[in-house]
Design a protein around this ligand. Structure first.
Ligand SMILES: *[C@@H]1O[C@H](CO)[C@@H](O)[C@H](O)[C@H]1NC(C)=O
Ligand SMILES: *[C@@H]1O[C@H](CO)[C@@H](O)[C@H](O)[C@H]1NC(C)=O
Ligand SMILES: *[C@@H]1O[C@H](CO)[C@@H](O)[C@H](O)[C@H]1NC(C)=O
Length: 200
């Protein structure tokens, strides 16, 4: 289907209804000749319009050009950078955190290990005050999801780490306010599957 790689050829083909209905996969397509031709005409006129010159890159169906612009505020929902994630992992794996974590590559089910790190989105009040007012950028926080396996009764629990970057002000504590039940703690009986299966 090489014709698909050339937009001009495709538009020309669409304008000719006989060609369209003869194409496999297009048999149910009802060409609206006037509109297709108008679109084709616009395509030609666009070439002559300097304001639309940047769109010429579409001629070969290339990806659209990124618009050049500068956002007035930084993106406060953009996720964590790799550097942030690395520093967070270092922070929670430090014995001082009290979480007794085993690194992911060495863990077994019966260890405590981190299985997810992601941004905790800022609360609306702080976000609006920054985006629409003159408030400071909201502090950044991370959700660190942990599988606690170094116990008789394994469970998952989410922690919140912040503010970022890591400093003396940074704390790690259970993330509770996300959850209506007041805790993210979820017992995990998967660890005992081998024992449970013996009962079958
Ligand atoms: C489209 O492709 C042709 C042939 O490869 C090339 O000469 C031309 O510069 C391309 N045009 C654009 C706008 O990329
Ligand atoms: C820490 O985890 C290890 C297993 O990774 C376990 O053997 C040890 O008992 C745990 N320590 C405490 C204080 O819970
Ligand atoms: C968001 O609001 C909740 C409820 O007031 C509060 O407990 C939490 O600390 C706030 N989160 C952040 C990231 O500021």
């Amino acid at each position: 289907m090489t014709w698909l790689s050339n937009c001009k050829l495709m538009v020309a083909a669409l304008a000719g209804s006989a060609v369209v209905s003869a194409l496999p996969g297009f048999t149910t397509f009802t060409p609206r000749a006037d509109e297709e031709l108008a679109a084709y005409d616009m395509h030609n006129r666009r070439d002559a319009n300097p304001l639309l010159a940047r769109e010429k890159a579409y001629d070969n169906c290339t990806a659209p050009i990124a618009l050049v612009g500068k956002a007035p505020k930084k993106n406060i929902w953009g996720g964590l950078s790799n550097a942030e994630v690395t520093s967070i992992l270092g922070y929670v794996h430090d014995p001082a955190s009290g979480l007794n974590l085993t690194s992911y590559d060495k863990k077994t089910l019966w260890d405590n290990y981190v299985y997810l790190v992601e941004q905790v989105m800022p609360n609306k009040t702080e976000a609006v005050s920054y985006m629409e007012g003159s408030g400071p950028a909201p502090d950044r926080y991370a959700r660190v999801a942990i599988s606690f396996g170094a116990t008789e009764t394994p469970y998952y629990e989410d922690y919140i780490v912040g503010p970022l970057p890591i400093s003396e002000k940074t704390k790690v504590e259970p993330l509770t306010y996300y959850y209506n039940k007041g805790t993210s703690k979820q017992y995990n009986f998967r660890h005992d599957n081998s024992v449970r299966n013996k009962w079958k």
